[in-house]
Design a protein around this ligand. Structure first.
Ligand code: NAP
Length: 323
């Protein structure tokens, strides 16, 4: 059997790496299981690996590229003694302590790691339309985060896809920058709450394109427009936009924990026990970042909750394992 680690951190975005920095500095020698580079949406480094300029992370007045920022987080964690492995967790057993974690093929095999405490920071992924070039052009005209990228579209014509609260929120926010925002929805009725709908429908910078979907994303190195298709007649036409914001929902990466950790219907982990904000329903298992936050979803808030998880884990270990 492998040695029992104090803390294993699953996921290596801002939440997981901040938890690693703090637990490493508390001499807990954390192990970060970062994920696999081949994975497209829950890749090591998290969603920031899919962005270009990050201009709202405090401490970087000139801005910083998303992947550079994550590399710095990682270096800082490793410098203080965290061990980082590019491995994807395939199974966990949190039913008894020490907790068991498998990477690779789990069937019948012994667990790869044992841990007194686990910090879950597996993040969430933005749902995409699944169109050619969509993934490659993220950060180059295609975006899944208006708060992050809206600023780059000052004076432009852009489009938002979706009909839920996220799409309306993003479209409304983007009118602060863009000259015109076309909201593309596949039906003739929005899913968003009434108050949000009214906000969008009364905004003169937002034009609704009902009963349409995106048929094609154009451009090789940057977005050069899209082709839209009517969901009623199938007729296609070009839309001249330099930005396309995909706001069709998010999915937390929680498949590993189904049946073990309490989650909302939407899959987000439930955290907080009145004392520790990152506690899950299992003592010794903590969760931080986007996997438990569908409200803020920012690097800085994920990072802050990673810090809380590290402190929660440290105090829990002190009281229950190292006492
Ligand atoms: P959502 O409610 O699931 O809405 C997703 C929207 O995207 C739907 O309109 C859906 O169309 C559309 N869609 C899904 N897949 C699509 C595809 N492949 N192509 C084109 N359109 C597609 O997701 P959400 O807007 O992210 O909201 C998630 C939850 O967070 C909701 O409970 C929401 O109320 C909440 N939220 C609240 C706020 C707020 O209160 N400020 C802000 C954001 C989110 P159909 O309608 O045709 O299915």
């Amino acid at each position: 059997m492998p040695a029992i680690r104090n803390v294993v951190i699953i996921g290596s975005g801002p939440a997981g790496l901040t938890a690693a920095i703090y637990t490493a500095r508390a001499n807990l020698e954390p192990l970060i299981l970062e994920g696999e580079p081949s994975s497209t949406s829950d890749q090591p480094g998290g969603q920031l690996m899919l962005t270009t300029d990050v201009e709202n992370f405090p401490g970087f007045p000139e801005g910083i590229m998303g992947p550079d920022l994550m590399q710095r987080f990682r270096e800082q964690a490793v410098r203080f003694g965290a061990e980082a492995k590019l491995e994807k967790v395939t199974k966990v057993d949190l039913s008894e302590r020490p907790f068991k974690i498998w990477v690779g093929e789990p069937e019948g095999a012994e667990p790869t790691y044992l841990a007194h405490s686990v910090i879950v920071s597996t993040g969430a992924k933005s749902l995409l339309l699944d169109l050619p070039k969509e993934h490659e052009l993220i950060g180059h005209g295609v975006s899944t985060c208006a708060t992050c990228d809206g600023f780059f579209f000052r004076g432009h014509n852009i489009a938002v896809v979706g009909g839920g609260d996220s799409a309306i929120e993003e479209a409304t926010f983007l009118t602060k920058f863009a000259d015109k925002v076309t909201l593309i929805h596949r039906r003739d009725e929005l899913r968003a709450s009434k108050i949000m709908q009214d906000r969008a429908l009364n905004n003169e910078k937002i034009e609704m394109l009902w009963n349409h979907e995106v048929a094609e994303i154009k451009g090789d190195t940057k977005l050069e427009g899209i082709r839209v298709r009517s969901t009623v007649s199938g007729e296609e036409s070009d839309l001249d936009v330099s930005g396309l914001f995909v706001a069709i929902g998010h999915r937390p990466n929680t498949d590993l924990f189904v049946g073990q950790l309490d989650m909302e219907e939407s899959g987000y982990l439930v955290t907080g026990n009145g004392v520790q904000v990152t506690a899950t329903n299992i003592e010794g298992v903590f969760a931080c970042g986007d996997v438990q936050d569908h409200t803020y979803r920012q690097a800085i808030t994920a990072s802050g909750s990673g810090c809380s998880a590290a402190i929660d884990a440290e105090r829990w270990l002190e009281a229950n394992v190292h006492a």
